[in-house]
Design a protein around this ligand. Sequence first.
Ligand code: NAD
Length: 491
Amino acid sequence: MSYEYNLPAGTVWNLIIDGKSVPAVAGRTFESRNPATGELLALVAEGDAQDIELAVQAARRAFDGPWSRFTPFQRQECLLKLADLVDENFEAFSLLDTLDMGAPISFTRGRRQRAIGMLRFYAGLCTSTNGETLPNSLPGNVFSYTLKDPIGVVGAITPWNAPLTSTIWKIGPVLASGCTMVLKPAEDAPLTALRLGELVLEAGFPPGVVNVVPGLGAEAGAALASHRGVDKIAFTGSDETGRKIIEASKGNIKRLMLELGGKSPDVIFADADLDAAVAGAGMGVFGNTGQICSAGTRILVERPIYDEFVARLSDFAAALRVGKGIDPATQIGPVVSAKQLNRIMNYIDIGLREGASIKTGGARLDDDGLREGHFIRPTVLAGARNDMRIAQEEIFGPVASVIPFDTAEEAAALANATQFGLGGGVWTQNLAKAHLMAKAIRSGTVWVNCYGLLDPVIPFGGYKASGYGRESGLHHVEEYLQTKSVVIQNG
Ligand code: NAD
């Protein structure tokens, strides 16, 4: 099999505004580079506040215009068509994600069911949202009911770590709800969102329903977050940016949905099936090169098996095949950028200074053919304590901090001693212990004897500083609806 996939070199990928492919008003572009090789993939139109203004106006016109007359069934038909188009183009999407952000092709190909399944799930929800009739106690003959109204224009701001699925996670429910949107993809991996924006038009959605404006966070992102014509921001990214978005939302009291970072605990009890726990917890932190918001980066291990677990996890990590994502045998790709690589190396240094020790990894790969990319070996830091920075701050790289505990109560207390609450894992063969820990861990999802499994029917989101709102689940579309009460005096 050939690993070659060439994007037309030097092509400029334009913004998509009002159904048209347009350059940025200011005429600027930025580079999109392959993190495995450093090579230039494409030039991308760099939107700023002027382009956001045009995109919000287009989204408003579409919201008030043709799109408002689409029936739920018509919205469903378009979403099903979009699912078919993504399915037909799935191999190209897998390659694009792999080239633009580095994930192994085996991983991006493996997301077919998730990507298509989400679009079909949201298509189903188009025809199943409804208000209620409300038997009231008012005097006289008064009838009351609720309507579910789409909120309006949504600004969606996404990260780079899973371009296709995180974009679908925004587009699917927004389109099912009848809202319109301006999507600002991450500057580190904007190509997939632009391609998806083209397919949205091909699927029959009217111009202006989905506008895609790549650009820098501090410019295009900030302009979208503060724009008074935007009714809701759906944001996925770091807690630091989330705080800026909360500030920016106050001008028009915008609704917000925030999917922020995590520092999720993965608790390994001595009675766990260790073969499963080593592999499951290992991929729970090293999968996607650690660039997963819910990664189980704090591995808490019951003391009697601590040394054995650290040794086995280190062997597992060392055996993972790190390489270019385009090679089908690669299990761990590069991280997305030089900036991200430096940040990870810096955290490893911090861990060493705090008293942790490296059991495996901890270094860049500079083998022939990999030197130009942003590669780092999966890293196990043992002797970690929960109050260390490496256990409290999100590293967003393939780095596991392994911490011992003595009792289930202590494990729960350590698991919760963090500002975050996105994911969590428990490995045990004792059912009662599994239920107790699932209840005790304060996070939006707890996985038992598995890690990181996602499905469109299962809500996903944060407790505490990991954000608010839920993606997936039967109520996801409700995030983009508001309730109107209607009260009718009948004579
Ligand atoms: P980031 O916060 O730096 O950027 C995310 C997006 O916000 C990008 O599109 C960026 O351009 C934009 N942005 C940056 N500054 C902005 C500003 N001032 N105003 C408006 N938008 C701005 O995050 P990242 O580095 O791209 O992604 C990694 C982070 O995302 C991690 O913290 C990770 O945990 C989190 N994440 C969370 C989830 C989740 O579902 N909870 C999923 C994936 C990633």
